[in-house]
Design a protein around this ligand. Structure first.
Ligand code: FMN
Length: 263
């Protein structure tokens, strides 16, 4: 049993049962948990007007339970769209590094992210002091594709002779890197996108790296040796270089029209 149902508070309104996607609740005189199928999504608890349902697993995390006005959308469409329009990849950064407190603010966005089967298994690594060591490993893995991608070739040249390039071919001026791991790719990408957007709202910026991700595609086991604490069933599905922007862009740039089909 995953739920604590306060029968005194329950008014048998059936809202909890109506939003349960696992048919785990039936309501007669009061709500009762009937199955063992609950995957702890919390819909029943989140909808209950009476606060009659709690998930056992949430005990100790009561400070995470915040009431809000269900009829109020806290962001206006126009503001949010304007915010999205102003996003650009940032590769040139100030020297100032992001501190842990600020990173924690970003990860707060990921905390509320959806995940496949409600696995909630997305985890992050912030690479800072170990960034160079990690990038050496990345090169060691992705160098097999040096002939296919000029960037990887440039990266190798740079590692052999730092004076050969003004900027790091993969990190540009980036000094901090967020990696996202999960068993499910979509869940990882969604979680990272949330922290990315929050980052812009705090005046931070960054860009995604395709080449760092190649390390996972080419030799997952070797990559994961760098992260002994992380379950090897998880993959590195996002690599986001982040920092305080040195450049400020001034206008939007046209994109290809998005192809949308309505059937
Ligand atoms: C999945 C993904 C991988 C990317 N990989 C790289 C990369 O390896 N290096 C880089 O400089 N930019 C990378 N980018 C950034 C794109 O080059 C960038 O989004 C594109 O040039 C458009 O510019 P904008 O982001 O400023 O609109 C990546 C973007 C995405 C979404």
């Amino acid at each position: 049993m995953k739920l604590i149902i306060d029968e005194e508070l329950c008014t048998a309104c059936k809202q909890c049962a109506s939003v349960c996607i696992r048919d785990n609740i039936i309501v007669e005189d009061v709500a009762r948990e009937v199955g063992s199928n609950c995957f702890e999504c919390g819909h029943c608890m989140a909808i209950c007007k009476q606060k009659a349902i709690t998930l056992k697993s949430f005990e100790g995390n009561e400070d995470r339970i915040i009431d809000y006005n269900p009829h109020e959308i806290p962001v206006e469409y126009e503001d949010f769209l304007k915010f999205l329009k102003q996003r650009r990849s940032i590769r040139w950064f100030k020297k100032k590094k992001i501190d842990k407190e600020t990173f924690d603010k970003l990860f707060e966005g990921a905390y509320y992210s959806p995940s496949a089967q409600n696995e909630q298994d997305v985890e992050f690594v912030v690479l800072d002091e170990k960034l160079d060591e990690f990038m050496n490993l990345v090169y060691d893995i992705i160098k097999v594709d040096e002939d296919k991608f000029f960037r990887i070739k440039e990266f190798g040249d740079y590692l052999r002779d730092k004076s050969s390039k003004e900027f790091h071919p993969l990190l540009w001026e980036g000094k901090q890197l967020i990696l996202t791991f999960s068993t499910d790719k979509t869940s990882a990408v969604i979680a990272n996108t949330r922290l990315e957007l929050l980052a812009y709202s705090l005046g931070l910026g960054g860009f995604y790296s395709l080449f760092i991700l190649k390390a996972d595609e080419i030799n997952h086991d070797k990559l994961m040796d760098f992260f002994p604490e992380i379950d090897k069933n998880k993959h590195m599905y996002s690599a986001f270089i982040i920092g305080y922007p040195k450049v400020r862009f001034r206008r939007t740039i046209p994109h290809n029209d998005i192809k949308i089909t309505y059937f």
